[in-house]
Design a protein around this ligand. Sequence first.
Ligand SMILES: [Zn+2]
Length: 196
Amino acid sequence: MAEIYIGTKFSSVQISKKNPEHLYLNKLKYWCAYFQNKNLAPPYPGGSSGNLSFKISEENDFIITASNTRLSDDMPENSFSKVTNCNINNFSLKFEGEKIPSSESLMHYAIYKARPNINAIFHGHSTEILENCNKFNIPETEKEEEYGTIQLINEVLKIINSQDFVIIKNHGFISLGKDMEEAGKNVIEILNKIEK
Ligand SMILES: [Zn+2]
């Protein structure tokens, strides 16, 4: 199962402390609450181990759950960060908001860059889904890698080209969609299959 969260591994510059505002933020909150209710982002002290984002520009800027943030039905405005100027080569990004964005922000960026038609990425952790990945032929990364690293991003990029739902080996799942509804629907479909 996923390791204990101990912080972000990228370097970051806070452009502004202003929390992001967006028409679709309520949709993101809806899916955060869904993840919480279905136990897809198990809690650790100070936060939840899952991160959800949606793309807001053709430059692959996005709004994502902040690090050290608990997913819930009633998330405060500082639960989200706007991420810009991602750079995979020097592992850095800039952000707007009170809190540093999710430790997996550069993975979200790398996927948006690789898949231009994808506008929403939901990443969660679920023993149930991991255990069922072979049964339902869900593609899985080949090698286990540490969260928040370039090695993990590269493993994900190897299998994400045509797949919208994949497993990160011994870690969690990623669901992609052209919008948040689609990314959410992919998760619901898997959960329904498991329940049957
Ligand atoms: Zn994770």
